[in-house]
Structures are given as structure tokens and as C-alpha cells.
Design a binder for this molecule. Structure first.
Ligand SMILES: [Zn+2]
Length: 224
């Protein structure tokens, strides 16, 4: 018994996917996923009202987070969601028909009733992205809390593709506690990031994407 305890304890000393016998392991609505078969439907158009704001940015040791506190909003049907942060994953995590993407941006929103919504923008290697350049030149060197960058503003509209067609499914947070019931919207059109930009980002952050999770008969809706 003592041996077993000794063997198990070091493995479970920290919070991780393998040690939490909870939603991360047993949930059936987990994110990200590989989108294969979809149901094409007339879904409500996404209405973005993302506003320019002073740049507030954090390096949490795993990702670069842009904090928004400026009432930037996304309207989906009658529901309004307020944007609180944008962060990045390499690779993207979500896949489309098995295609993996070198980077993804997660835009996290919340409605006034507390419903969470994650909007995903996928990146392919190509031209550089101007807005991402602004973020790269302001990566905090030290891991730590939010930093307000003097005289620099940002509008995360610059991280959205022109076409706003999307996939929609019910998913989860991708890190413990992996809470389910999060609306996931994945924009169908990827945007581009240059090889050089990816290299700069990866100098500060190692790969941090969660593997694609089982779909488990979840309907995946696709806008027409
Ligand atoms: Zn994320």
C-alpha cells in the first residue's frame, strides 16, 4: 500500500489532465475536436463589435493573453457576448477534416447570464499579420500578471478573417477543470501568419494545444 501511494503521489502532486478523475477524462463534450461530418444550416450571422482599446497583455508561461475590458461584443442571434480575452495555441487544437493548423486564437466571451462562448480563429502559414506583429513586439519577458503597454492600442478585429462563416458545437474549456457547456464557434476561413512570426512566438511559448477529443455523436452545425 505504501509503495502504491509512493508511486502515485509524485504523479498527482500537480494539477494535470491525468490526475484529475473528472470532466477532463470522463466528459463527453470536450474540446478541441476534429470536425469531419457537419450539418449545414442557416445559422445566425455573427455580428462583431470589437473596439480599439489600450493594449493590456500577459505572459502566463503557457500563452500570450490579450485582456479586453472595453465592451467589445459578439452578437449571435439575440444573444450578446462580451469579449474578455484572446490567447493563442500552437498548434491550433481544432482540426478540419484532419487538417491541423500551426496556430489558433481563442476569443473568450461571456453573456450577461454567464454563458461562455469560445470563438476560434485558425492560422495557416503565409503572409504576416499586422495585429499579431503588435502583440509579438510586446510579449512580456517575464511570466506574470497583466501589463498595460503605454501608448499602444489594439483592435483584435485584425485577427479575424474576412468571411465569417462558422462551425458550431457544444464543447468545453481545454484546460482543467475542462468545464463543459461552452459554446464553440470555429471560423471556417483561416487567416495567415508568417513563418518568421511563428518562430518569434515559439521562442517565448512552447506548444500548448490539447489533443483532439472524441466527438461522441455531438451535432456539428455548419453555416451555409
Ligand atoms: Zn484556449
Amino acid at each position: 500500500m505504501r509503495l502504491i501511494t509512493r508511486l502515485l503521489l509524485p504523479l498527482c502532486a500537480s494539477v494535470s489532465f491525468s490526475c484529475l478523475a473528472n470532466t477532463c477524462n470522463t466528459g463527453r463534450l470536450q474540446s478541441p475536436i476534429n470536425i469531419t461530418s457537419t450539418q449545414k444550416q442557416k445559422l445566425p450571422a455573427l455580428e462583431f463589435t470589437y473596439l480599439t482599446s489600450p493594449l493590456v497583455i500577459a505572459n502566463d508561461g503557457h500563452t500570450l493573453r490579450v485582456r479586453l475590458n472595453n465592451h467589445s461584443q459578439l452578437k449571435l442571434g439575440k444573444q450578446i457576448y462580451t469579449l474578455s480575452q484572446v490567447h493563442f495555441h500552437t498548434p491550433a487544437g481544432d482540426q478540419i477534416s484532419g487538417e491541423t493548423f500551426p496556430m489558433g486564437a481563442h476569443f473568450l466571451h461571456k453573456s450577461s447570464s454567464g454563458q461562455l462562448l469560445a470563438l476560434v480563429v485558425l492560422f495557416r502559414v503565409g503572409d504576416s499579420n499586422k495585429t499579431f506583429d503588435t502583440l509579438l513586439s510586446n510579449i512580456p519577458k517575464q511570466v506574470g500578471p497583466n501589463q498595460a503597454i503605454q501608448s499602444t492600442s489594439i483592435n483584435v478585429n485584425g485577427l479575424l478573417p474576412v468571411s465569417k462563416g462558422y462551425y458550431r458545437y457544444m464543447g468545453s474549456l481545454t484546460a482543467p477543470p475542462c468545464t463543459e457547456g461552452v459554446e464553440w464557434l470555429i471560423l471556417k476561413e483561416p487567416i495567415s501568419v508568417s513563418t518568421e512570426q511563428l518562430a518569434v512566438y515559439k521562442k517565448s511559448f512552447s506548444d500548448n494545444a490539447r489533443a483532439a477529443q472524441p466527438v461522441n455523436q455531438r451535432p456539428i452545425l455548419e453555416s451555409m
